[in-house]
Design a protein around this ligand. Structure first.
Ligand code: CAO
Length: 246
């Protein structure tokens, strides 16, 4: 069987200057390294993205109460998402796994380290929060603040970006309704989150009520995870978000 990539036509070399003025600059160092990993993961992993909306009205009410009472220790939607992801990974072990290099054995992890995508002026970095199952949300919040500040100003060591089980990429503070995040191998799934929406929905009495709906996009490695697994994972994630107490 011939190699698929050998049969692809080479990328066309373009002289853009013939169409107008241009400026050429190299990719930054971090962006160039990240580009290599993203390209490899996109080509090597059969990705599928499952999109859903989670009703987190109850959680939002709690979060607003907490933030009003604790203005110095605010909780953004990301922190409950980390806590609920850990609880969900405990119930869906395939998502806390990696395929061994041989592509046959599956390594199931009994630890819960969560990566968080951080947008920096130099490119995308993913610090890993360790032992998230053993830490309260406020502590996770302090760690994200410290690591994202370090990522933006000094960069992160390889150790600070290693050992993750599952990654969350949140664009919720900017916008969007869904996207297809690229899996951070050797992990097998990544959760993308976009902007919380206030939506009118039909109430039980037939009237209309406003609910807080969180759009989530779960990309998964289809070699290990099937669509039904992903749909169930996201349902559990919604239940865990609504059950969180803080
Ligand atoms: N819907 C609505 N509002 C949201 C939200 C969501 N899903 N997520 C966060 N927000 C709000 C927060 O509540 C906060 O509101 P206030 O200013 O009123 O307190 C505001 O947006 C800013 O949040 P934040 O960015 O400070 O904090 P965070 O915990 O949401 O995220 C961090 C931290 C480091 C992950 C984030 O700053 C970041 O860098 N995200 C970019 C990740 C990225 O680039 N991903 C794409 C990778 S490509 O695959």
């Amino acid at each position: 069987m011939s190699n698929l990539f050998e049969r692809l036509p080479p990328a066309a070399k373009q002289d853009f200057s013939q169409f107008g003025e241009i400026e050429k600059r190299p990719l930054g160092k971090i962006q160039a390294i990240t580009a290599g990993f993203l390209h490899r993961n996109w080509l090597a992993i059969p990705h599928v993205t499952h999109n859903d909306e989670l009703d987190i009205t109850v959680l939002e009410d709690r979060r607003k109460q907490w933030n009003a009472a604790n203005p110095d220790r605010k909780i953004t939607p990301l922190l409950p998402l980390i806590a609920a992801s850990v609880a969900t990974l405990k119930k869906h072990e395939k998502f806390n796994a990696s395929l061994d290099e041989n592509g046959v054995d599956v390594v199931y992890k009994r630890y819960f380290n969560i990566g968080v995508a951080v947008d920096t002026p130099n490119g995308l970095l993913v610090p890993v929060l360790r032992e998230c199952d053993a830490k309260p949300m406020t502590q996770l919040g302090e760690e994200i603040a410290r690591l994202s500040e370090k990522a933006r100003t000094k960069g992160l060591s390889l150790a600070e970006m290693s050992g993750g089980c599952f990654t969350i990429s949140s664009l919720g503070h900017i916008g969007g309704v869904s996207f297809s995040p690229i899996i951070n191998a050797p992990e097998v799934a990544i959760l993308g989150v976009t902007r919380l929406q206030e939506r009118p929905v039909r109430a039980k009495d037939g009237g209309v009520e406003w609910r807080s709906m969180l759009p989530v996009s779960l990309s998964y490695d289809h070699r290990l995870i099937n669509g039904a697994d992903a749909a169930r994972f996201v349902v559990t994630l919604g239940e865990e978000l609504r059950a969180l107490d803080f």
